[in-house]
Design a protein around this ligand. Structure first.
Ligand SMILES: NC(=O)c1ccc[n+]([C@@H]2O[C@H](COP(=O)([O-])OP(=O)(O)OC[C@H]3O[C@@H](n4cnc5c(N)ncnc54)[C@H](OP(=O)(O)O)[C@@H]3O)[C@@H](O)[C@H]2O)c1
Length: 295
């Protein structure tokens, strides 16, 4: 990595993203820059000011509005960082839209897919090319990300596909939701499940193209699973948070992957939870197909 390091996190004005920015700002050097990005100017400015003033902060911190559903804006920011700094060292694609338990998920699917999946695709497409040698490109997915959580009929849509293939799979899922055919076709009712599988598939697609050169120069592209964390996104869905982590606790393992000088080749392109790889073909669909988590 170069002397001055550039890091950026999406969806970083609260939750896990904010904790990642706090951790990066505490562990990077005083010349380094951490970009805290989010969709709302005031929330981004407030969060960036909070981190900049925190006693543990060492690096420079700047807020930047970035709505990840705007692929053009994502591309422009990547281009700008490429031109101004010669690339980016640490990129964490983390944004997610809130999902309300008391509304049908079909009504919430477009925004959820646009942020979690459209945002991930845009981040991978624009930021992978400006990732500096030795850099880290991490997508925050979840333990729902392994392909085995989907009905086997859906596996070919995501298994071994290109980034464009993963995008097409997501669009066919979206179409099925709106046509009312999703359940008949085997899609789980809880939209977080296909969304997370699709994120992991997209990361695998990009990683497959870059594996040899990335491993040669110590670069890591991977998806990560933070575990259960007490945040706005999770709070409406669980009654018991006694086992949940704080965002700062959940950020630790992700920061380790982002900042460790060494890349374990076994983690390259994979879904990593607390340093361990969750097998792509692991998981079981039944729990998420049968459970009425949603309407
Ligand atoms: N919490 C958990 O238990 C858990 C478990 C596994 C995986 N994860 C994953 O961890 C990641 C972070 O989740 P979290 O729990 O920290 O969620 P969160 O607290 O709800 O934070 C989500 C962040 O994403 C931002 N966002 C929403 N739409 C956006 C858009 N269009 N463009 C840019 N930013 C946008 C939000 O901004 P606003 O404040 O403006 O809405 C917010 O800053 C997600 O990928 C989630 O799926 C979480």
């Amino acid at each position: 990595m170069t002397a001055v390091r550039i890091a950026m996190v999406t969806g970083a004005n609260q939750g896990i993203g904010l904790a990642l920015v706090e951790g990066l700002a505490a562990r990077l050097g005083s010349e380094d820059l951490v970009l805290l990005t989010g969709r709302n100017a005031q929330r981004v400015a407030d969060a960036a000011a909070l981190v900049a003033a925190a006693p543990g902060t060492r690096s420079r911190v700047a807020g930047r509005v970035l709505d990840v559903t705007d692929a053009g804006a994502v591309a422009r920011l990547a281009g700008e960082l490429g031109e101004r700094h010669g690339g980016v060292d640490i990129v964490v694609s983390n944004a997610v839209a809130p999902l309300a338990p008391d509304r049908p998920q079909s009504e919430q699917a477009d925004e959820f897919i646009d942020v979690a999946n459209g945002g991930t695709h845009a981040m991978l497409r624009s930021f992978a090319p400006v990732l500096r040698p030795g850099g880290r490109l991490l997508v925050v997915a979840s333990s729902l990300g392994p392909l085995g959580h989907l009905d086997p009929r859906l596996h070919p849509l995501f298994d071994g596909v290109t980034l464009e293939g993963a995008e097409q799979a997501v669009e066919s899922w979206r179409t099925a939701i709106h046509a009312g055919t999703a359940e008949d076709l085997g899609w789980p009712r809880w939209i977080n499940v296909p969304s997370k599988v699709a994120q992991v598939a997209a990361v695998r697609a990009v990683a497959a193209q870059r594996r040899a050169s990335d491993l040669a120069d110590g670069t890591l592209v991977a998806s990560v699973c933070p575990g259960l964390v007490d945040t706005r996104a999770s709070r409406p869905w669980f009654d018991d948070f006694s086992q949940a982590q704080t965002p700062a606790q959940a950020a630790r393992a992700v920061l380790e992957l982002a900042l460790s000088p060494r890349v374990d080749p076994a983690t390259y392109g994979e879904l990593v939870r607390f340093g361990d790889v969750l097998p792509w073909h692991g998981g079981s669909p039944s729990r998420y197909l049968d459970q009425s988590l949603t309407q």
